[in-house]
Design a binder for this molecule. Structure first.
Ligand code: ATP
Length: 268
């Protein structure tokens, strides 16, 4: 299940098409005197969900922003489908922690907004937006404004917007951190369904060990000082199980325990 960072045999043998949607190679990032990432390499298999899990401040958001092209690494490079990242691009969409919705626009306009920026005609972009509004469970709220929605619903609007632009890589920065536990569990179930249906590459930052084990095909554990990938875990057996039973599955419980054993010494 666990494998050294350089052993990609499990994912490279799966087929002839390029298996890695995103490759991060030797990336370092320093902010002034703060070394956020040092020589970090990590591959993200196409069509799968990879979680970045680690203690606060270990550089998860920094790595996500570098992949998004919002932040330049101090050293190293990121490739998306074999092309070096030099800035933001239509192949990647960011679902922000703090929603980043337009407060003056309806749900429909918010979801269609990325398409509007790309010059897609109104009728076409609204039809696409409707489809994804339904997919994230918000049908009937098209005409609502963000302040009329709960935090969880706003989060779904952000997700629908990212899906509507049809980016191949979805970057999610703790998307469920601001919602209550029940809503979070429902989101996690929905996310598993989306990963299966949409065949996109999801890169998912979370603080929660349980959440990472529940939703991920691959979990990269990041440790600080210096920031690095310490371990890659693939909970493969869980992905074929009924979502209703995962949380009491012995493989799930074992992986959660193992990750906690790795991380506990870093929690102050
Ligand atoms: N703009 C910035 N200027 C200076 N230091 C920064 C900046 N952004 C992040 N850092 C520092 O870089 C390190 C990594 O930060 P980052 O936000 O990537 O970590 P994280 O793992 O996402 O944290 P958290 O889980 O708390 O969100 C931290 O020590 C942080 O203080």
């Amino acid at each position: 299940m666990a494998m050294p960072q350089t052993d990609l045999s499990l994912v490279e043998t799966a087929g002839a098409a390029p298996q890695m949607a995103v490759r991060v190679r030797g990336v370092s990032k320093t902010y002034g005197s703060v070394e956020a990432l040092r020589n970090l390499s990590l591959d993200f298999p196409r069509g799968q969900l990879t979680s970045l899990l680690g203690p606060s401040g270990c550089g998860k958001t920094t790595l996500l922003k570098i992949i998004a092209g919002l932040l330049e690494p101090t050293a190293g490079e990121v490739e998306v489908n074999g092309h070096p990242v030099t800035g933001p691009g239509p192949d990647r969409a960011f679902v922000f922690q703090d929603f980043a919705l337009l407060p003056w626009a309806t749900v429909l306009r918010n979801v269609a907004f990325g398409l509007e920026l790309r010059g897609v005609a109104r009728s076409e972009r609204e039809a696409i937006a409707e489809k994804y509004i339904a997919k994230v469970g918000l049908s009937g709220f098209e005409k609502s404004y963000p302040h009329e929605l709960s935090g969880g619903m706003r989060q779904r609007v952000g997700l629908a917007r990212a899906l509507a632009v049809d980016a191949e890589v979805l970057l999610m920065d703790e998307p469920f951190s601001a919602v209550d536990e029940q809503t979070r569990r429902k989101f996690q179930e929905d996310l598993l369904e989306l990963v299966a249906q949409e065949r996109k590459t999801f890169i998912f930052v979370t603080h929660s060990i349980e959440e990472a084990v529940y939703v991920s095909d691959q979990i990269a554990i990041l440790l600080p000082r210096p920031s690095r990938v310490s371990e890659i875990i693939r909970p493969e057996g869980l992905r074929t199980k009924d979502v209703a039973n995962i949380r009491r599955d012995s493989e799930y419980l074992d992986i959660v325990d193992r990750i906690w054993a790795s991380l506990r010494s870093y929690v102050e």
